[in-house]
Ligand binder design. Sequence first.
Ligand code: F6P
Length: 341
Amino acid sequence: MKRYGILCDGGDAPGINAAIRAVAREAYEKDDEVLGFIDGFIGLIKNDVRIITKDVVSGILPLPGSVLGISRINPFKDPKNVQAIKENFRKNSLTLLVIIGDRDTVDIAKKFSDEGIPSIVIPKTIDNDVYGTDFTIGFDTAVTTISSALDNLHATASAHHRAMIVETMGRETGWLALFGGIAGGADYIIIPEIPYKMEEVAAHLAKRKKEGKNFSIVIVAEGAPLPEGKAEQKEYDEFGHPVNSKRMVGYTIMEELEKITHIKTRTTVLGYIQRGGIPTNTDRILATRLGVAAIKFADKGKFNGLVGVCGRDIVFSPLEEVAGKIHSVNLEFYRLAKTFF
Ligand code: F6P
């Protein structure tokens, strides 16, 4: 009988609970046990653990958030944490960790594998920036949230003849702004992967106005560079990632655009709304596939890897092949978006 320790790491995302349910149900099929650590690595450090029974996962499929809680900490910041995790791994007689996490989780899991703590990572983040999978759990739901936000903004932008700047999440990649912009019909899309000039954005809005379009919607990823010449006030988190909410890229673009175009411009920062929401069927099915696959691979003795989706297939990537990498936008989608601006 195997004993799996499941925990959630990084930012929350819709679909986590569907993944927890899938891991537990597949494990029970094999008469294995699942222990849930509360609030991610914090729970593993403190040995704050619950046996995950069928009742615990009953009815959680459509719930946003995480029934186990989640946290974003780097356990390797303090050697005492690593020691505690090793002790609690042994104390609970675990076979391996099943970690529902993001890019930083992959790097942490790789380090733990080097310390003799085996794991399998299930990729979850609204950012869709995990290397080794086409899509991550939570991304589709966040795109749906962004797209409906743009639908709402079309009405007010048109009524007031304004330009609307919509700032999405997406710490270092443009997936959310790109897919949300395509689905929501944005008139311009600004992402970290593609350099932009304010003059070009302004010229496009002016062209729309000349063609009789009395409003425009510009979507920008929070990780996009500030307009040329604007000083960065970067703050970094404990993984060394920029804290984008302090950079105000949406408001800065608003000011610059209004100066050049003299079109009344307003900004909406979607923020943490993108992390909530009832998971879409796409995310529920992705989470179910990846959760079941994680246990199937583990049952065959495959671990220290990331489960992912590639095309229609579920794939297993060894941690050393995916650690330290980022999944940037596929430029085919940007070219598709460019058809419209
Ligand atoms: O989980 C990804 C993400 O939502 C990014 O899009 C965002 O920049 C970051 O998390 C925010 O981190 P935190 O939740 O720690 O503020």
